[in-house]
Write a new protein. Structure first.
Length: 765
């Protein structure tokens, strides 16, 4: 079956050789009367990255402070404000630190929770979930899981041990990274990231490295987001060494303001823009002939498609200048090596896979694949895949049950190497009465993840049993859960992380509060009660030893050693390192990079990069555009929050007190809106209110609203419960979105809808 294809690739040979780096410090030492623990950040609270840190504690194991680890090649001592505040999160008065239970009929009542023992809580969860699984079938349980962090494999494996194949984040079209990953894997046979030297311990000055001559920042704001194991400060380090920047972003972001070319396109038109850049590369003969001839399949078919997309045509579609498209394309082609930080805005459009395919094609045409400073094929360090991403144990489920994953029948791409289920089909099934049991682990579905949150609310609050696993009560757990299991924060737990570059341990540094447990331990205890075969281990450490089995390290040895970096090679496709058969080439059906995708063709989808209009917009719905004249982008990253998290931390909240929508000052003046006013954002799907923040970073025709807002300071008041749910409903921008992915099931219009903006009247809030 096709989905074994990528699994085989992931398992690929990994010679166990280390680069010349060993941390000079032991994992723990004493300093100035404090204990210092060298460790790795790996949630809770949220972040994808895993920076190296030193945690300082007193003699009783109480947290004092955290500092960036200056020896870590990954973050080189740097830390974000959120990590500096981890003590405020851990020791917050509202944190839930004991298992809690509430009668089903009291859902939504914050005063009805009662403390219970772990034994009772786990027994209740196991018996209820297994009753549901045995009565209605495992597929009627949904495990909702948030974005990737120290929970990906745990939630999946817990689901599988309940015979449940359905584990997903509730965002339409899997519109976070899946469109990009799927296109890279299907057409190139692996995942690529911009080479910012992160896999080399000598970093920017390592002799094997070339600093990129051009870095494209496409639909991404890495200064704030450090997304997907890619840090924003890596780009600024390269800029100091000569890297020129091209930015593709409707707004003037930090990088846009420092770019050679800024293409401020109309939201959701990325596919058209990239096709026109490809057109310039071919028409002006700027592409890498040798690379294309030797390593690519389908160039002629691609050229035919590109020919349709002249810069003039794209300029009209994207609202940019044709000459700027030419300048950007020439810069990428002429300033080799070039690479790309592409962000979630690429995924968050109905045309997500078309856009992703078109953008990656630019780096293929210019031969920037797997060369120093180009786009790199990542590999799991030492071949470790078990706890990277989800899916560890999925293949142990009977084939018939795997095929009950939501989306399996509807979207052939979901069968191809993706273990997650389709949230859109999950919602449809739930509305048809097929949702009976719910596990909500690491996600705040109603507040941030879920599009059309009222639809999700309706189905989630009526299930027969629901358990939440988090560090705080959230609007979602408060509305839906019968049991709450308290999770540990990263300084409190033992864990293990493998990035794209290295692997390292998370070492217990502080005394855990109350009775919190790590997600791995919760999974192990609860999963064992459901199906012992899935959880044969007696301790967490045994799980990590299992993950590390092929590396020669045990968890303890890795802890003592510090971050371990395997040796690394460029141009792996020339050396037979991309395919299990050891032949040169790529892990695709033709063995080449498929500019024309034979797999997409087989799935009945467009094999070539393409463009289609956002579902709501000036072109697709001109009538609606008259009434709703603002193009709305939703959800930009804030450096002080991770999605719905961190609102309860005063040191962070002081920077953003309320949700705000960026508006152009001239637009605001024309509509009688002042800076700081509450305004309604409304479209035919729904509305919400946010505060106006006036900035010329935003064009007159556009607005950018925040996502993930609630007011945790309402804890202890009636407003924590129904119907207010921490004041979340009114400010939730996801009311203006739809669960309506593309034909492939990937990508949905989240950053490109229409709305109107008007002032909230007195008495309306
Ligand atoms: N409109 C709009 N909506 C969006 C987006 C957007 O751009 N626009 N972005 C979307 C994207 S890309 C994503 S990925 C989603 C993210 O959506 P989520 O993943 O749901 O986001 P979070 O709010 O970070 O996490 C939810 C909960 O996980 C808990 N948590 C954090 N770490 C841990 C842990 O290790 N263990 C446990 N048990 N709990 C933990 C937190 O306390 C929090 O309550 O939001 C999406 N929503
Ligand atoms: N501090 C912090 N860091 C995070 C997160 C967080 O919540 N907080 N979330 C994490 C997660 S799960 C993710 S997915 C990543 C995402 O991180 P990024 O990819 O950086 O995502 P955003 O900040 O949502 O959007 C990036 C840019 O896209 C632009 N944009 C909006 N619409 C369009 C469009 O149609 N086309 C183009 N080209 N650009 C557009 C916006 O103006 C914005 O500047 O960040 C991760 N890192
Ligand atoms: S919050 Fe910032 S410092 Fe902390 S792990 Fe994430 S990227 Fe690193
Ligand atoms: Mo995400």
């Amino acid at each position: 079956m096709a989905n074994n294809f990528t699994r085989d690739y992931e398992r690929g040979e990994s010679p166990f050789e280390l680069q010349d780096f060993q941390h000079s410090k032991p994992w723990q030492w004493e300093e100035d009367g404090m204990t210092v623990t060298r460790t790795t950040v790996w949630t809770a609270p949220g972040c994808h990255e895993g920076c190296g840190v030193y945690v300082y504690t007193d003699k009783d194991g109480n947290f004092i402070k955290v500092e960036g680890d200056p020896e870590s090649p990954f973050n080189q001592g740097r830390l974000c404000p959120r990590c500096f505040c981890v003590g405020d999160v851990m020791n917050h008065k509202d944190r839930v630190i004991y298992p809690m239970k509430r009668p089903r009929e009291e859902r939504g009542n914050p005063d009805a929770w009662e403390r219970i023992s772990w034994d009772k809580a786990l027994e209740l969860c196991a018996s209820e979930l297994m009753r549901i699984s045995n009565t209605y079938g495992g597929e009627t349980i949904h495990v909702q899981r948030g974005t990737g962090r120290d929970i990906f494999w745990q939630a999946g494996r817990l689901a599988y041990s309940m015979n449940c194949p359905n584990e997903y984040g509730a965002m339409s079209g899997q519109s976070c990274y899946c469109p990009r990953i799927s296109m890279m894997v299907m057409t190139m046979g692996g995942q690529l990231l911009a080479d910012m030297s992160a896999h080399l311990v000598g970093r920017y000055d390592d002799p094997a490295y070339d600093v990129p001559n051009c870095t494209v920042i496409w639909g991404c704001d890495p200064i704030k987001s450090n997304p997907d194991f890619q840090m924003g400060h890596w780009v600024t380090e390269c800029m100091k060494r000569g890297t020129k920047i091209v930015t593709v972003d409707p707004r003037i972001s930090w990088f846009a303001a420092r770019s050679e070319v800024h293409l401020a396109l109309r939201p959701g038109t990325d596919g058209a823009l990239a096709l026109a850049m490809g057109n310039v590369m071919v028409e002006e003969d700027l592409y890498d002939h040798e690379f294309v001839e030797k390593w690519c399949h389908g160039f002629d078919a691609l050229c035919e498609r590109l020919r349709e997309w002249t810069p003039e045509r794209a300029a009209e579609v994207c609202w940019v200048k044709a000459d700027d498209i030419r300048r950007a394309a020439r810069l990428i082609a002429e300033r080799k090596p070039a690479n790309c930080f592409w962000g979630v805005a690429v995924d968050m459009q109905n045309n997500g896979i078309g856009a992703a395919q078109a953008i990656q094609t630019l780096f293929v045409l210019t031969g920037n694949i797997d060369i120093p400073g180009g786009m790199l094929f990542t590999r799991p360090p030492f071949g470790i895949t078990k706890n990277m991403g989800g899916g560890w144990g999925m293949s142990d489920l009977p084939e018939e049950l795997q095929q009950k994953r939501t989306g399996w029948q509807e979207y052939p791409m979901y069968r191809y190497g993706f273990t997650a289920s389709s949230p859109d089909i999950a919602l449809r099934d739930a509305e048809a009465g097929k949702l009976k049991g719910l596990v909500i682990q690491t996600t705040n579905t109603l507040t941030g993840m879920g599009d059309e949150p009222l639809r999700w609310y309706k189905v989630m609050k009526d299930v027969e049993f629901c358990v939440g696993i988090d560090i705080f009560q959230t609007p979602t757990t408060q509305a839906c859960c019968d049991v709450f299991l308290p999770a540990a924060c990263w300084p409190e737990k033992q864990s293990f992380r493998a990035s794209y570059y290295d692997c390292s341990t998370i070492n217990p540094a502080v005394k855990p509060r109350g009775e919190v447990k790590s997600d791995a331990e919760i999974g192990r205890l609860l999963g064992k009660m459901c199906n012992e075969d899935f959880w044969p281990w007696d301790t967490e450490e045994e799980i990590y030893d299992e993950c590390l089995k092929d590396t020669g390290f045990t968890w303890k040895q890795l802890r003592d050693f510090g971050p371990a970096y395997p040796t690394f090679e460029y141009r792996k496709y020339e050396k037979g390192m991309m395919r299990p058969d050891g032949q040169p080439g790529f892990m695709t059906p033709t063995g080449k990079i498929e500019l024309y995708s034979t797999l997409l063709e087989g799935f009945g989808l467009d094999p070539l990069p393409n463009f289609n209009e956002p579902m709501l917009g000036p072109v697709a719905t001109p009538d609606l555009y008259e009434e709703y004249p603002v193009i709305l982008m939703t959800g930009a990253r804030s450096p002080v929050f991770f999605h719905t998290e961190h609102r309860q931390i005063p040191h962070l909240r002081q920077f953003e007190k309320d949700p705000y929508v960026e508006l152009n000052p001239d637009f605001a003046a024309d509509h009688g809106i002042n800076d700081g006013d509450w305004v309604w954002l409304e479209n035919p799907r729904g509305k919400c209110r946010q505060r106006a923040k006036l900035t010329y970073a935003c064009d007159y025709t556009m607005a950018l609203a925040r996502h993930g807002w609630w007011f945790p300071e309402k804890e202890g008041t009636a407003e924590a419960g129904e119907p207010s749910l921490y004041g979340m409903w009114d400010v939730n921008v996801n009311h203006l979105l739809l669960n309506a992915p593309s034909k492939a099931g990937f990508g949905s219009d989240i950053k490109c809808v229409l709305c109107k903006v008007y002032k909230v009247k007195e008495g309306e809030m």
